[in-house]
Write a protein of this length. Structure first.
Length: 232
């Protein structure tokens, strides 16, 4: 996956302004940045949900805006708000997705790993925020994607569930997938990331391994140094 000189203008204002970074197979790339940094817009361009105004994005060697069903079947997506239908139960939703993928999914494994059984027959609209997160993550990883874009996958989860989600993401990457995770948590980024990307005001102000980005400081300290310098 590659982003090169990406620009996206919304309401006459550049939301993404020349962002460049990449993500590799078998790695977890964590994207950090304050609200309004352009993270979600960049990820939606990579998902094919928004069309870039300039530059380019490539996912699995294809332009996601023009990509067809075969490409989309290889890409997992967990949106910022979950994107789940509200009246259906997790059991019916995931079973439907399983049929779309001809029953070759990780349905049983994910249901167990994410502990979905206790609320599998409860309509999505009645689930807690953390329960919805687990269902959305299961839907994103169900078809063994080659690339997955996960927006705040552990938000709203208790510490035990966070640990289980992090272990699941690591196993998924170790199996060869490229995972791109947006997060506001320095702890999560330090625990998960093989590669870090820090965005501010639509640009990438740092990219590299956690050690390279931190440069001998804590990630939190380095983050504020970089974003404060970019804002000056």
């Amino acid at each position: 996956m590659e982003v090169r000189d990406l620009t996206r203008v919304l309401g006459g204002r550049p939301v993404v302004d020349g962002a460049t970074f990449s993500a590799q197979r078998a790695e977890i790339t964590c994207v950090l940045g304050p609200n309004g940094a352009g993270k979600t817009t960049t990820i939606e361009c990579l998902e094919g949900l928004q069309r870039p105004d300039g530059g380019s994005v490539r996912v699995l060697d294809a332009d996601p805006w023009h990509a067809g069903a075969a490409h989309r079947a290889r890409v997992g997506v967990m949106l910022q708000d979950g994107g789940l239908p509200q009246s259906v139960t997790p059991q019916r939703l995931l079973a439907h997705l399983d049929r779309l993928y001809s029953g070759t999914t990780l349905l049983a494994e994910l249901s167990e790993q994410l502990e979905l059984s206790p609320f599998a027959r409860t309509p999505v609209r009645r689930l807690s925020g953390g329960q919805r997160q687990r269902v959305a993550l299961a839907a994103a990883l169900l078809a063994r994607p080659d690339v997955a874009f996960l927006d705040e996958p552990s938000a709203g989860l208790d510490p035990h569930a966070q640990r289980e989600v992090h272990a699941l993401l690591r196993r998924t990457a170790d199996d060869g997938a490229a995972l791109v995770v947006t997060t506001h948590s320095f702890t999560e980024a330090e625990r998960l990331a093989d590669r870090l990307v820090i965005m501010h005001r639509g640009t990438v102000v740092a990219e590299g391994s956690p050690a390279q980005v931190s440069a001998g400081s804590s990630l939190e300290q380095r983050y504020f140094e970089l974003t404060d310098a970019a804002a000056a």
